[in-house]
Write a protein that binds this ligand. Sequence first.
Ligand code: 5GP
Length: 126
Amino acid sequence: MPIDATLAYDDSNIFAKILRDEIPAQRVYEDDFALAFHDINPQAPTHILVIPKGRYVSWDDFAASASADEIAGFVRAVGTVARDNGLVAPGYRLLANIGTDGHQEVPHLHVHLFGGRPLGPMLSRV
Ligand code: 5GP
């Protein structure tokens, strides 16, 4: 079910539990500002989620409230993960689902990083 991204941050969300190491994840990258791990239900040969470590629900929440170091750290982490996973030359797609219309299911900001095959047109027509 899509979530309302205007609600306050909920520490019981699944990515908060992954950050606290309460549930396992196939981690591929971590630094002071970001964590990256494989999506449990991959939609492409490479499907990695990159999340900021701070308590942010949405992109606009992050943009408004995160420090410059947090924002720079998160953006750099996405690039590092793309490079480290061999996606730069063939290309890749970044996607952030936000709120109800964006079909966001986990209320902790995350960027999907897809790659490993031609990804087709940008959006489904449905
Ligand atoms: P959203 O629709 O919120 O952008 O996407 C949430 C993503 O999180 C989905 O692609 C889903 O497969 C992934 N996901 C949900 N629960 C887990 C989990 O427990 N572990 C991992 N690794 N991915 C998850």
